[in-house]
Design a protein around this ligand. Sequence first.
Ligand SMILES: [Ca+2]
Ligand SMILES: [Ca+2]
Length: 350
Amino acid sequence: MRRYPIRSFNRAKRGFFTVSSALCLAACGASEVDENAALQATAASDFAATVKCNTPSSTRVRIDGGTFIMGSNAVYAEESLERETTIDGFWIDPHEVTNGQFAKFVEAAGYQTVAEKPVDPAQFGVPVEQIPSFMLQPGSAVFTPPHNPSRNYSDWWEYLPGANWRKPYGPQGPDARPDQPVVHLAWDDMHAYAEWTGGRIPTEAEWEYAASAGAEKYTEQPDPRLANSWQGVFPIVNEGSDGFKGIAPVGCFEPNANGLYDMVGNVWEVTADYYRAGHDPADQTNPRGPSENAAYDPLNPGFTSRVMKGGSYLCAPNYCQRYRPESRQGRDAGLGASNVGFRLVYDSAE
Ligand SMILES: [Ca+2]
Ligand SMILES: [Ca+2]
């Protein structure tokens, strides 16, 4: 898979890295860039969870087939239209894939993730002199809280060289904790892990069916005991009244009626479906979303995104009310982020 195609670079300039910030960083001396990176990593690592929770069982959970109302007409247009949807049964991980689980795969398979590999300048599709030098270093997108109120997400996302699943807050930050969900993975990394375990990445419908667990749809922020979200005014006031200002170890919050932890909140979870805003009302039986050719992400035009579900610890009432089973956004398949993970489903109990 291409790592940073031109469309991704364009998205980066528009989103994570504004033209001005990219040019500034490109113009700065190396030592100044290194200092900035260190400061960013320090600020971001303040968000590392310090509370220890009991790690739940990893035994696959059976989800019997059935019919439910997928989607929502109540919040964001991309989640509509609600429609009756029928799903075949499957098994699913009770918690997000952890760093400990991913480490076993990496060791056994000798695997290196996309964020750890050298960056090929040709993949940007522009002359190399137009690419900021820091973007030619291996790395990933890290949430770094700004000092001032902002509605511009380029103010709290940074491409941080050296950030990857082992060092989720960058090279200056703490190591990944085995009991926390793995982040900073590209689609290829998740797919490789799934093949190694004999599982697969769920469809959006499977994920939403398992997450909703027969409960009534809601729009309000969940009770702090139920999901790791953001209390306070995002992105500057992080009250952490649910116990975690950043990622929590898996299983710290109450499971849903299917016995699944952190389906909503903690980290977003990538699904197999390509992204397109809204659901096809005719696609009602084991839906798999649009074809790759029909996929379209308005936030990344010309870019093929996958659907991610459930929101993350960064979702707050004043920004990203996506702490719900129906929530969905497009996710760049070639670039990881510090609030995006995944879990697997299976077609057998073992
Ligand atoms: Ca929280
Ligand atoms: Ca989650």
